[in-house]
Design a protein around this ligand. Structure first.
Ligand SMILES: Cc1ncc(COP(=O)(O)O)c(C=O)c1O
Length: 365
């Protein structure tokens, strides 16, 4: 094709950055699939969002409010935090990218854990920083290993709590221990994408209030069921927020995204209910699968990580489930080749997935 290649060179550190690998969402030749590969809330968003979406869509000819004033104030009210210390982004992905972009220079180091969310590595690479992967202990973040990895070049430590794709989490007191071991010019980012699934977690907010070098990221993509609208937020020291705001694009969050997130954040009963439903379905499914002989860590999020005997078995199960219409998430790129991750669906989905796995193990042991 003419003009298929240019002679325009990108920044040298942009070469060879892997593309973010999202979970599969379709099975060739099959119409009705159950997508369990993206940790979405399959129950969908709260009623206010469903009822008011069409009404607010009439105004999409207008640019959104670039200051995100109403959403920041609503988040501030619900979480009892200063709205001026909140930034909104096109998903928390954007906040993660912005943090790297604003605070890392070439050859600075960004620490994340062995099976941590892949955007940490990709965002570090995109700024020319060096990603530093730290070993976990039994698929759980290790405070000792993180602090041992710190050097004079360390700028940011990313820690998802609960973590994706393992579902494991560590306590706030362990995080406080880590904070006593790190200089306060290193930013600890607590990624709370799944924190609403944990009834006793505030997603790092009290730690941000206590330590100026802690930053919390949150999302409307998971429990709030707004993944397609791309809204996330971050909470941190005022100077950090000001820098991020000066670098982000002005209209980064759409008007519908802002409005639907406003309606969602106020519906605290919806969040509570979704958390409870998820816990019941998740823990029941895990117990039943443990009884089938599968290995699965206790999960604090809306997904389970199934561990199989080896990569071959994980692949065979994946294919078998695809034939039944279920799409799970392969996590080879997370260093977990013998595992498959599955989002927790409603009761019927969990039931039919369990039956499919029983059938698999009845026929292949
Ligand atoms: C741990 C973690 N952090 C952040 C995100 C990004 O979510 P979003 O950009 O939709 O807010 C995800 C998405 O899967 C995630 O698993």
């Amino acid at each position: 094709m003419k003009n298929n290649r240019s002679n325009i060179n990108p920044l040298s550190h942009f070469y060879n950055i892997p593309i973010y690998e999202s979970g599969e969402s379709a099975i060739q030749g099959r119409e009705n699939v159950v997508k369990l590969s993206a940790n979405e809330n399959m129950n969908g968003p709260c009623n206010e969002v469903l009822n008011q979406f069409a009404y607010y869509s009439k105004n999409i000819f207008e640019y959104p409010d670039s200051s995100h004033h109403a959403l920041r104030h609503k988040i501030g009210k619900v979480h009892n935090i200063d709205p001026n210390r909140i930034i909104c982004g096109a998903g928390s992905d954007e906040i993660i990218q912005l943090l790297c972009r604003c605070f890392c220079e070439k050859n600075d180091e960004v620490i994340y854990t062995e099976h941590g969310f892949s955007m940490y590595k990709l965002s570090a690479l995109a700024t020319g920083a060096k990603p530093v992967e730290v070993k976990e202990t039994n698929r759980t973040a290790s405070i000792e290993n993180i602090s041992a990895a710190i050097t004079s070049r360390t700028k940011i430590i990313f820690l998802a709590n609960p973590n994706n794709p393992t579902g494991t989490m560590i306590s706030d007191s362990e995080i406080e221990q880590l904070l006593t071991k790190i200089p306060n010019n290193i930013l600890l980012v607590l990624d709370g994408a799944y924190s609403e699934y944990v009834d006793y977690s505030d997603g790092g907010i009290s730690l941000v209030n206590k330590f100026s070098n802690v930053f919390a990221t949150r999302t409307f993509s998971k429990i709030f069921g707004l993944g397609g609208l791309r809204v996330g937020w971050g909470f941190g020291a005022r100077d950090i927020i000001d820098i991020l705001n000066s670098v982000r694009s002005p209209f980064n969050v759409s008007s519908l995204g802002l409005k639907m997130a406003e309606l969602s954040v106020e519906d605290v009963n919806f969040v509570k209910k979704q958390r409870e439903i998820n816990k019941v379905n998740r823990d029941l499914l895990r117990n039943r699968l443990l009884n089938l002989g599968l290995s699965i860590d206790k999960s604090f999020a809306n997904f389970l990580l199934l561990r199989f005997a080896n990569e071959g078995q994980a692949n065979t199960v994946d294919l078998f489930l695809k034939e039944k219409g279920f799409i799970l998430r392969k996590v080879v790129s997370y260093g977990l080749p013998n595992c498959l991750r599955l989002s927790i669906g409603n009761k019927d989905i969990c039931e039919s997935l369990y039956s499919a796995l029983v059938e698999y193990f009845d026929n292949n042991d």
